[in-house]
Design a protein around this ligand. Sequence first.
Ligand code: E4P
Length: 217
Amino acid sequence: MKFFVDTADVAAIRELAALGMVDGVTTNPSLIAKSGRDIKEVTAEICEIVDGPVSAETVALDAEGMIAEGRELAKIADNIAIKVPLTWEGLKACRALTGEGYMVNVTLCFSANQAILAAKAGATFVSPFIGRLDDINLEGMDLIADIRKIYDNYDFSTQILAASVRQPNHVSQAALIGADIVTAPPEVIKKMAQHPLTDKGLAAFLADWEKTGQKIL
Ligand code: E4P
């Protein structure tokens, strides 16, 4: 499973990349706004840190506008994946941009039918949003499972990029289902390392070690 980081926070990306935990990065207009930085400048900096795909999202609503913005964003670096929304116009833009050789991430996917269309339009990645489905009392993880089954039935090559990951369990569940990639915020990735029994075990080991009076260094 590949691991993408869902952020435009360069310091956080740098920290995780140093641990070998960043196979790619996803950003969106909200994350760029949160960074307070210019989209081209911050994305270029991210692309210098990360070799894998870095998603940069278009904001036009029509295919022509998305294609023009996508071409502009792709000038930032060779590893840019152009992100377009899963609308009819977005699918047109996806087809055109993949035809030009760009990686395209079709985002805001909330149904299996949308995911089928993304694959047929030649998307490199499809981003089903788990957390936002959970938010409205649906099972986001069921969507990942449905898409996995459908893509496997027909050998679709579009990669499933599980997105809107809000908690560590989302990562392991998506991995069990066989999502190709999970994109998670840095806080969620860090939380994956936590376990109360690890903390408890460590405290017990250190208390016993104290009794020995020994030192390693
Ligand atoms: C995916 O590419 C999006 O950037 C992201 O995962 C959205 O997550 P959210 O629903 O927590 O905002």
